[in-house]
Design a protein around this ligand. Structure first.
Ligand code: CA
Length: 408
């Protein structure tokens, strides 16, 4: 037997060869050179160098500073590249070539692995939408009349999507409580999180041509954890009648790793039962593959778990969201990112925002460092998640980490 290899993973490692998420990294000796990487255990494989060393036909596609060329290459290339990577990382004969191309994760810098084209965010959890409705419109029906007929969403700001680990500077803006005579300007006093799953589009679509439910896997490459940082005081004053704007656009954080859909076949699950038939372009009852994903999210603030939102409870699926946002003929671009909306389950400890966990600040939660209603400067939020993998394994999703920096 040889020395211990980075490829000898511990039993049950959620980043084993059944996972293989993609990222982009640089090393301290070449900080300006960004390279495509694939995570295996506690290491990242230099994918371009491995493809070159092993004579892969995909060497030029993988020798890139960004995931976008691979995203654009389409589903057949995604499948073939994943098969090749699996072989390089599992077939013993490749070890001598591959091992020198593995970098310990703690020795590399991770970057946003793709250029975000358009960014859309949805509102797909019935539990979240109901809680928010009760909080913001206490005298009305919690769900708006359209909510169960279409996946509600808005177009966000692609240029402020950042990679995990980027600080969040507390935003300033206008706010006005109902009891205030006039709005005031200043740093947000209700800075919040939204624990979400983001879906990354690879294959573009033609302007004027909708993408049907059944074409989801031809266009969507993979998923990632996403934190839609939200300034609730700014949001509450500005959102009528056109929806979220500056209360959301200051920053959105995503994982440094993109998990390919192919790693999540065992995590597919049926969404909750529908109350009534949907219009045909959204009706997924006859689809071959169940539309949901059984992703179990954990939200930590300063190292303490505050919620465990279950993504399997989402009313609208990612395929329905894709069908809806293109049904008017709007086209997809490589690098489009869309968020699921805050993931909240039926239980109190399954709520994916402080807005809900503290009922808009009414009920503070106890942390070791003190009570919290909304985030304070210096607080660090970490989202982690896993999904069922093949044969009882777990597929780990890359974490999303962010620390609150004081307003400038
Ligand atoms: Ca959101």
């Amino acid at each position: 037997m040889s020395e211990h290899s980075p490829l000898d993973l511990a039993e049950g490692d959620p980043f084993g060869p059944h996972n293989l998420p993609y990222g982009v990294f640089s090393t301290s000796d070449e900080p300006g050179r960004r390279r495509l990487g694939v995570r295996i255990g506690g290491y990242v494989l230099d994918a371009g160098a491995a493809a070159h060393a092993l004579g892969s036909p995909y060497a030029s596609l993988l020798a890139q500073p960004s995931l976008n060329p691979l995203l654009a290459a389409g589903r057949t290339a995604w499948r073939d590249v994943r098969r090749a990577l699996t072989a390089w990382l599992t077939v013993p004969a490749h070890r001598a070539d591959v091992e020198p191309l593995l970098h310990p994760l703690d020795a590399v810098t991770l970057h946003l692995p793709y250029e975000v084209a358009d960014y859309v965010d949805f509102y797909a959890s019935e539990h979240h939408a109901t809680n928010v409705g009760h909080i913001f419109r206490p005298d009305g029906e919690p769900l708006t009349p359209n909510w169960k007929h279409l996946p509600i969403g808005y177009h966000g700001r692609a240029g402020t999507v950042v990679v995990s680990g980027t600080d969040v500077v507390r935003p300033s803006g206008q706010r006005k409580a109902p009891s205030d005579a006039a709005p005031v300007f200043g740093p947000s006093v209700k800075l919040d999180i939204e624990a979400e799953v983001g879906f990354l589009v690879g294959t573009p679509s033609e302007l004027g041509t909708p993408v049907p439910l059944g074409s989801f896997r031809d266009h969507v490459f993979g998923l990632t954890l996403l934190n839609d940082w939200s300034a609730r005081d700014v949001q509450a004053w500005e959102y009528v009648p056109l929806g979220p704007f500056l209360g959301k656009s200051f920053q959105t954080s995503v994982s440094a790793w993109v998990t390919p859909l192919e790693a999540l076949d065992a995590a597919r699950t049926a969404p909750p039962a529908r109350d009534f038939p949907l219009l045909p372009y959204l009706d997924d009852a006859a689809e071959e593959e169940p539309g949901g994903f059984d992703v179990r999210i954990t939200v930590e603030i300063n190292g303490e778990t505050v919620a465990e939102p279950p993504f399997s409870t989402m009313y609208w699926t990612a395929a329905q969201q894709l069908a809806h946002m293109t049904v008017n003929g709007a086209s997809l671009r490589t690098g489009d990112l869309y968020g699921s909306g805050t993931v909240s389950g039926p239980e109190v400890n399954q709520r994916g925002s402080l807005l809900e966990l503290t009922w808009n600040g009414r009920d503070a939660i106890d942390l070791a460092g003190g009570k919290r209603t909304f985030l304070e400067d210096g607080d660090e939020v970490v989202l982690t998640a896993w999904a069922p993998g093949p044969d009882g394994t777990r597929v780990g999703l890359g974490e999303v980490r962010g620390r609150i920096a004081p307003a400038v």
